[in-house]
Ligand binder design. Structure first.
Ligand code: PRE
Length: 252
C-alpha cells in the first residue's frame, strides 16, 4: 500500500508526544491519589444505581463515553472508548482528522487490558485504603487516568506507522511471514525504554513533591517507583503490543 498521506511525521515527533503524555498521566494519577480507594465503586455486587447492572464505575464510565461519543470524541483516531459496544453516533458535523493510519488500525483497541491493569494492579498502589463515599468524583479521576493511559498506549499506532515508513524493507518480510517475535525485536529499543523508566520516576518525584517550608518533612504524594514499574510492566509492553498488531495489518 502507498503511504497514506505525506504528513512529515517523524519518530522524534511521535516520541515527543509520548514524553508530553507522561506529564498528563502523572498529574492524573496525583489527582486520583487524593482520594481513598473507595472499593465499593468497583464492586459489581454493590448496589450502586437502582435498575442498572454493573459497578458504579462501569455505569458512570459507560454513560460518560456515551456523551463523549455524541460530541464526536471517538471520531478522533487517538481516542478509544472502554465500552465501544452500543455507543451513539456523533452528532457533530465538519470535524475531520488527518488520515495517517492504515484504515484497519481502527479495529485495534487494547482497552480491556488497560482497564484490568489500572484497576487490579495500579490503583491499590496509589490510593490509600478507605472509603469517603465520593464515588462520582473518584471515578471521574479514574476515567481521566484511563483515558490518558489509553491514549499513550494506542499512540503505538503512530510509532509503528513511522517505523514502518522508515524501514519498510526490514518490516515487510516479518509482516508477510506474520512473525510477531521478529516484529517485536525490530521495534524494541531497550535503551529508550530505560530512559523512559528513569524519566517517569524523576517526573513522579518532582511533580508529586509535597511543598512545605520545612525540608525535613519531605513527602511524596505517590511512590515514584510505582510509576516506573507501571511503565515497565504494562504501559510499554501494551504500547508494543499495539505496534505489533498495527504492523500485522499494515500490508492488508
Ligand atoms: O520509542 C519507541 O521506539 C517506541 O516504540 C515506544 C516505546 C515506549 O513504549 O515507550 C516502546 C518500545 C521501544 O522499545 C521503546 C519505547
Amino acid at each position: 500500500m502507498a503511504p497514506l498521506v505525506s504528513d512529515g511525521l517523524t519518530l522524534e515527533m511521535v516520541r515527543d508526544f509520548l514524553i508530553g503524555q507522561e506529564d498528563t498521566i502523572i498529574f492524573c494519577l496525583l489527582q486520583r491519589a487524593k482520594h481513598p480507594l473507595n472499593k465499593n465503586a468497583y464492586d459489581k455486587s454493590f448496589p450502586a444505581i437502582p435498575g442498572r447492572s454493573g459497578s458504579f464505575a462501569d455505569i458512570m464510565i459507560r454513560d460518560a463515553e456515551s456523551l463523549y461519543a455524541k460530541f464526536g470524541r471517538y471520531e478522533n483516531p487517538e481516542e478509544h472508548p472502554f465500552f465501544p459496544e452500543c455507543l451513539p453516533g456523533s452528532c457533530v458535523t465538519g470535524a475531520s482528522f488527518p488520515k495517517i493510519f492504515h484504515p484497519a488500525a481502527a479495529s485495534i483497541n487494547v482497552n480491556p487490558a488497560v482497564w484490568n491493569a489500572y484497576f487490579d494492579q495500579l490503583l491499590p498502589l496509589i490510593a490509600e485504603p478507605g472509603d469517603d463515599g465520593n464515588y462520582a468524583t473518584t471515578v471521574a479521576c479514574d476515567l481521566a487516568c484511563l483515558q490518558a493511559l489509553s491514549k499513550r498506549i494506542h499512540y503505538g499506532k503512530y510509532v509503528a506507522e513511522v517505523k514502518f515508513r522508515n524501514e519498510t524493507d526490514k518490516y515487510e518480510p516479518a509482516i508477510r511471514s506474520r512473525d510477531r517475535e521478529a516484529l517485536m525485536n525490530l521495534l524494541t529499543f531497550k535503551k529508550v525504554e530505560e530512559m523512559v523508566k528513569r524519566r517517569v520516576e524523576k517526573k513522579a518525584m518532582t511533580f508529586g513533591q509535597e511543598v512545605t517550608l520545612d525540608d525535613s518533612k519531605e513527602r511524596r504524594k505517590i511512590d515514584p517507583g510505582v510509576v516506573s514499574r507501571m511503565y515497565d510492566e504494562w504501559v510499554m509492553p501494551l504500547t508494543k503490543e499495539v505496534e505489533v498488531e498495527y504492523l500485522l495489518l499494515r500490508l492488508d
